[in-house]
Design a binder for this molecule. Structure first.
Ligand code: 9PG
Length: 502
């Protein structure tokens, strides 16, 4: 096995691969190999773990701490991370991992191709594994932000970059959840008059059932009527769809059992859990499914939608039995490329629950963390960093800013309301600051829920474009103000007592 030595401020690292490495200037090495094994001298250093999909736990942990992952909840693990590469006893994540060295430098190992690369570490080695002998890896040593930047650019050079910007989004989810109909939405949209939003995105709750993408009876004017109302009010019509999954009770599942990814035991694969049920994944290698997806999105664009939040997309990239023998993430990438071609190049696609790496170059924006919630943390869900809440959401988002060359990082919505919220001012400000550093601004508060003062703050947020400068891993200067997200992230929950809502 070829060996290569690389000097670092903390000592020599030795890289073992199946094939020879090609050097890449002074920024690092490129190698083609199914696996890479790097001996390092830094013992139980801090390790950067990247979760597989939007909601998956991401951040830095010391190697002698408990691995950053979802514990004791297999249903959640299947939905909010990659159960296939998860390991209860090891620090391991998806696509990219890094170790902290001395002098603000890091050692980063990152994959440039999509065959489910995983990167893990222990006190002796950093290890990359993948499903493909031809996986291309980048090994970089240098200042943290620079090395992440080099990695992000190498990936974008291969998988593509997108130019569309979402603008300022109003979403129905974090105020009404599934409880939406035409009357309620029309009234909320009318109240947005004069507020500088660009997009009104209707979230989950408009459809008959997940898997059957026609509106329920609460939308007498149909989807075209809904889109027309949004457009007439001066906003871009946006819609939530989870096109790669279907609930067991959906017509799609009942009519087309042959459209589902199989589990190998003769039944459909369970792709995750939500809406009080398990759900299935569509086998996007089946020609009839491809035609269904194309017609679905051509129809929605005809109805007037120009922005889609595509959710639970990871289900299209799960291990399972498909009609065609392609790698799971290749099947996924072909499916999203098909959706892109159906909607056209100038329709905005926001990915949620997307595998981060295999979505690059096709989605314009991607959620980079778990759902926010109008509370700081849910203390009953201690060992699930993918659970909804302001802390989990901002911890992930602040650790994934380096993905900005891939797509607009969406940290989820900011709250201005104090009604129906347990967030204190400090937590609300942190969410606002995360929105500023990502540049993605989304809100879900209906104007009618806001006090006069809160309306002023909302307007100010939508209008402001502060100057943002990154000073360190979690440290920023935002219009001259120093903000350190690190004070809130990655510390033991017990130390955060002062942030918990009293
Ligand atoms: C609509 C919601 C909103 C929200 C999305 C997504 O891991 N999970 O089980 C899990 C369930 C739901 C979820 C995220 C993760 O929420 O992120 O913004 O659109 O769907 O149902």
């Amino acid at each position: 096995m070829p060996r290569l030595e690389l000097p670092t401020p903390s000592g020599i690292v030795t890289i073992h691969t199946d094939q020879n490495a090609t050097t890449l200037g002074k920024t690092g090495l490129l190698v083609r190999s199914a696996a890479v094994h790097i001996e390092h001298p830094v013992g139980n250093a801090h390790f950067y773990r990247n979760g597989w999909n939007s909601w998956s736990p991401t951040g830095w942990r010391r190697l002698d701490e408990e691995p950053l992952r979802i514990y004791d909840n297999p249903e959640r693990l299947l939905t909010a991370d990659d159960a296939a590469t998860d390991d209860a006893d090891r620090h391991v994540g998806s696509a990219v991992g890094a170790l902290q060295l001395d002098d603000g430098q890091i050692l980063l190992l990152g994959a440039l191709s999509i065959a489910s690369p995983a990167v893990g570490a222990d006190s002796r080695a950093l290890r990359g594994t993948s499903d493909d002998d031809e996986t291309e890896w980048f090994v970089g040593v240098g200042p943290e932000l620079e090395v992440f930047r080099t990695y992000a650019d190498l990936v974008a050079d291969r998988l593509g970059r997108r130019e569309l910007r979402a603008g300022r989004v109003w979403s129905s989810w974090y105020s009404f959840f599934e409880d939406i109909d035409q009357e309620r939405l029309f009234s909320v949209i009318d109240d947005l008059h004069g507020y500088p939003f660009d997009v009104v995105q209707v979230d989950d709750g408009w459809e008959r059932v997940v898997g059957d993408w026609t509106p329920h009876d609460g939308f007498p004017q149909g989807l075209d009527g809904l889109a027309a109302h949004i457009r007439t009010a001066g906003f871009t019509p946006g819609l939530w769809v989870a096109p790669l999954i279907a609930l067991p009770e959906s017509q799609t599942v009942r009519d087309h059992p042959d459209w589902l990814v199989q589990d190998g035991d003769g039944g459909p694969l369970v792709a995750g859990y939500n809406w009080g049920s398990h759900y299935y994944a569509l086998d996007t290698t089946v020609p009839a499914v491809q035609q269904y997806l194309r017609e679905l999105f051509e129809g929605l664009v005809r109805d007037g939608f120009r922005y889609f939040k595509l959710d639970f997309m990871y289900a299209g990239a799960l291990p399972g039995v498909r009609s065609k023998d392609v790698h799971r993430e290749t099947a996924y990438r072909e499916a999203i490329a098909l959706i892109r071609s159906a909607v056209g190049e100038d329709v905005y696609l926001l990915g949620s629950g997307v595998p981060m790496l295999s979505s690059v170059g096709i989605f314009d924006g991607a959620r980079v963390g778990p759902d926010v919630a109008p509370y700081w943390d849910n203390t009953e869900r201690k060992r699930d960093p993918s659970g909804p809440g302001a802390l989990n959401s901002l911890a992930n988002s602040a650790a994934r800013l380096w993905m900005a060359p891939w797509y607009e990082p969406d940290p989820d919505v900011v709250f201005f309301r104090t009604r129906r919220s347990l967030l204190d001012e400090r937590a609300m400000q942190l969410l606002i600051d995360v929105a500023h550093i990502t540049g993605f601004k989304a809100v879900s508060d209906p104007i009618a829920w806001l006090s006069d003062d809160e309306r002023v703050q909302l307007r100010h947020f939508l209008d402001s474009e502060p100057e943002v400068q990154q000073l360190g891993r979690y440290r920023y200067r935002i219009d001259g103000r120093l903000v350190d997200f690190g004070e809130y992230i990655g510390v033991a929950r017990g130390d955060l007592e002062s942030m918990l809502v009293k």
